[in-house]
Design a protein around this ligand. Structure first.
Ligand SMILES: Cc1cc2nc3c(=O)[nH]c(=O)nc-3n(C[C@H](O)[C@H](O)[C@H](O)COP(=O)(O)OP(=O)(O)OC[C@H]3O[C@@H](n4cnc5c(N)ncnc54)[C@H](O)[C@@H]3O)c2cc1C
Length: 287
């Protein structure tokens, strides 16, 4: 299927991209890896008159350290996350989870910034960014602002990004020593979006949970942070009863849509299984 006609723009800097968005207005869309946008254009769900391609802006791709924070350029592709020694050392959850995203071809073009900016609750990076306490650096006509992942996702395909803004980077605090992590994703086959997914980051001291984040993928209109479930475990000894309470609390906030992956009842039940597995696996990795 061929997408509708559009004009193509290839800025060489973020400032130029922001200026183009300002002058072209709501008729323009940013193009990153194109693995969400182009299928939507082919299906006529999106019909931008202008595409502003970010691929020529070298500054937007790469992973570096700023103090104790890992800074990932928005145009960094999934395969770069998987290959990064820095991420393996500082935030191992990201490269590990990226292996579960789509297939090798998509991971070669699909970017972390596009995955987040798209606002698709089926994408994996939104829930991952919630459990990582990530912050997003956005550049618009009035300069840069930094917003927390928690609160960024407003609805399906809706985020705090303004039409005139470019996501520049994702900032992720390095894991403290002893952090446990897991991403559990149920999918029908390799390359599929999650039927249900759960990301967990936790720390413990002497068998008691001292830090916990639980994020859910494709179980509501946005990625969810399961804060009540977190409270069932925080400052508690980690045991079967506490996990059971957390699983029930996480399942209670899900509101999955019926689709070819299953009906809401099935998806909610699978959410419970993913949460239980992710909690136990993250716990086993914590020290
Ligand atoms: C077969 C297939 C399977 C897939 N499976 C999964 C999966 O399992 N999990 C998953 O998470 N994803 C999956 N995806 C989606 C894939 O990861 C996409 O690459 C991702 O959703 C979008 O990233 P992109 O770089 O391709 O962005 P694009 O498609 O280029 O852009 C997506 C949207 O984000 C906006 N945008 C992009 N970059 C920026 C930026 N820097 N600042 C502001 N706005 C921006 C664009 O304007 C557009 O609206 C799959 C895709 C395919 C084709």
């Amino acid at each position: 299927m061929i997408p509708p006609k559009f004009d193509y723009h290839a800025p060489k800097s973020v400032a130029e991209a922001v200026a183009l968005l300002g002058s072209l207005g709501s008729e323009a869309k940013l193009l990153a890896g194109g693995h969400s946008l182009l299928p939507m254009m082919k299906l006529r769900f999106a019909q931008p008159a202008h595409l502003v391609d970010l691929n020529g802006i070298a500054d937007l791709r790469g992973i570096c350290l700023d103090g104790d924070t890992v800074v990932i350029g928005a145009m960094t592709v999934e395969n770069d996350l998987i290959a990064s020694d820095l991420l393996r050392e500082r935030v191992p959850l990201l490269g590990e989870a990226a292996r579960l995203i789509a297939d090798p071809q998509v991971r070669n073009r699909g970017t972390i910034g596009g995955d987040i900016a798209h606002g698709d609750p089926g994408n994996d990076h939104p829930a991952l960014s919630l459990v990582l306490d990530a912050q997003f650096v956005l550049q618009g006509p009035n300069g840069r602002r930094t917003v927390a992942a928690n609160g960024f996702f407003l609805g399906t395909y809706m985020t705090q990004l303004e039409e005139s803004e470019v996501m520049v980077a994702i900032r992720v605090p390095s894991f403290a020593k002893g952090t446990g992590w897991a991403y559990e994703k149920l999918k029908r086959k390799t390359g599929d979006w999650a039927t249900a997914g759960c990301a967990v980051v936790l720390r413990q001291s002497g068998g008691v949970v001292t830090h916990i984040r639980i994020g859910l993928t494709n179980l509501a209109q946005t990625a969810l942070r399961a804060e009540e479930a977190e409270q069932c475990l925080l400052n508690q000894p980690f045991n079967e009863a506490a996990v059971k309470r957390a699983v029930a609390a996480a399942m209670a906030i899900t509101d999955p849509a019926e689709d070819l992956r299953g009906d809401p009842e099935y998806k909610r039940a699978m959410a419970g299984v993913m949460v239980q597995r992710a909690l136990n696996n993250a716990w086993a990795r914590s020290a």
